[in-house]
Write a protein that binds this ligand. Structure first.
Ligand code: SAH
Ligand code: AVI
Length: 317
């Protein structure tokens, strides 16, 4: 397994600090969701995926299993599989077994999860050339696709694309369109618009795992940046905002309070929130139109039996 060439911890810590200071200095406080995924946040996300209320993971796994033959014909065997936001790479196993790629390039911001998933996959598939890249896909990333063998397929499951604004999603799709080249393809998992009560339950689970995932961001700021947030003075709040078509997650201050991060001081009024995540929900037609504006041909769409979740086969023609 090849090691990745990303620069190490100090630069990452600086950008975390800068993004936190900038995000909390805005009139409407906000933090980027990519910072949820430290080791604890990644474990909490995996626990979310097992919750009965959180349907996306089960629905995407079910539809991938059900349509694996067609997905594999569309993607074609061999070649290079690049996966963004690969996490524990559980869904990727289905594709690796069906496509038998010559190389697999998982990309993730969460280093521990990335490395342990890559080691596990290497034990399962000793024939596979695995090249993990620890990095942030919202920044230009050095992935040596020039040396990639055969057709390039980018896999972006989990509706992680929903955590980007439509403008960011467009830019990301354009970037991957360039990366896969004229013969390449992309498989994107996209959560669909549905009854707001189903969405509400998925992001407000009864056991409070999503709340713990959200609040862990404050604990991470305390651990890594010397912040003095008191997470108990904030409450997880998630709702479906129908007009932009997205779930919004917030952390709401329960009291007036002051919080320090390094030498920066932030004041909160009671009820004031930090906007921590958007999770956009698309219609099938809406997502296909977005992909086509970014230079792909939206060739295939597969759905789970309940029509909750979609996987799109995009060709770079
Ligand atoms: N693909 C998995 C995990 C989805 S969770 C699944 O479908 O279940 C989102 C994943 O994307 C996490 O592993 C997180 O660490 C990663 N991630 C989030 N923002 C990222 C970014 N900007 N750059 C790289 N990885 C990111
Ligand atoms: C990774 N991402 C697609 C998840 C989502 O549903 O937006 C993250 C998540 N946030 C709360 N629960 C799950």
């Amino acid at each position: 397994m090849a090691r990745d060439p990303r620069p190490g911890g100090a630069a990452r810590l600086n950008s975390f600090r800068e993004d936190v200071i900038a995000g909390l200095s805005q009139p409407r406080k906000a933090l980027p969701p990519k910072y949820f995924y430290d080791a604890r946040g990644s474990r909490l996300f995996e626990a979310i995926c097992r919750l009965k209320e959180y349907y996306p993971t089960r629905a995407e796994l079910a539809l991938t299993r059900a349509h694996l033959g067609a997905i594999s014909r569309f993607s074609r065997k061999g070649g290079t599989l690049i996966e963004y936001g690969s996490g524990d790479s559980v869904k990727s196993r289905l594709l690796i077994e069906a496509l038998h790629p010559s190389s697999y390039i998982p990309v993730d911001i969460s280093e521990d999860v990335l490395r342990s998933a890559a080691s596990k996959l290497q034990r399962l598939y000793p024939w596979l050339d695995i090249r993990p890249v620890h990095g942030d896909f919202s920044q230009p990333l050095e992935i040596s696709v020039a040396r990639a063998k055969g057709r390039r397929v980018v896999y972006f499951p989990g509706s992680t694309i929903g955590n980007l604004t439509p403008e960011e999603a467009h830019a990301f799709l354009r970037m991957t369109r360039g990366q896969v080249g004229p013969r390449g393809a992309m498989l994107v998992g996209v959560d669909l618009k549905k009854d707001a009560n189903v969405l509400h339950a998925a992001y407000n689970d009864a056991r409070g795992v999503t709340a713990a995932f959200n609040l862990n961001l404050l604990a991470r700021i305390n651990r890594e940046l010397g912040g003095d947030f008191k997470p108990r003075r904030f409450r997880h709040y998630a709702f479906y905002n129908a007009s932009p078509g997205r779930i919004e997650m917030h952390l709401v201050s329960l009291t007036p309070q002051t919080v320090n991060v390094g030498n920066h001081r932030f004041t909160f009024e009671a009820g004031e929130s930090i906007h921590t995540e958007n999770s956009y929900k698309y219609s099938v037609g809406g997502f296909r139109a977005l992909a086509e504006r970014a230079g792909f041909k939206a060739k295939k769409t597969w759905l789970d039996p309940k029509g909750l979740f979609s996987l799109h086969g995009l060709a770079a023609v």
